[in-house]
Design a protein around this ligand. Structure first.
Ligand SMILES: [Zn+2]
Length: 77
């Protein structure tokens, strides 16, 4: 059963990813990176995750910008 996901979601090898960035204070431009994250999953494709007590920020971005996530996405094709 498929759950609804944003139009901007990326589908690769039957997996769904949305572009999410870490929430909270923007300490550096690094935290504005959008990772590929499966909906309702805590860990991103590049094995990054929000800190303890934190979460991914909503709404999802339109594009995944994390180089590590993009590299892994390309391998899933
Ligand atoms: Zn990433």
């Amino acid at each position: 059963m498929l759950e609804p996901f944003p139009e901007d979601a990326v589908v690769r090898a039957d997996r769904v990813f949305v572009a999410l960035r870490k929430s909270g204070r923007v300490a550096s431009s690094k935290s504005r990176v959008f990772h590929a994250v499966t909906p309702h999953c805590r860990m991103s494709l590049c094995a990054d995750e929000p800190g303890p007590g934190s979460h991914w920020a909503e709404p999802p971005g339109q594009q995944i910008t994390c180089p590590a996530c993009l590299r892994r996405l390309s391998r899933l094709q």
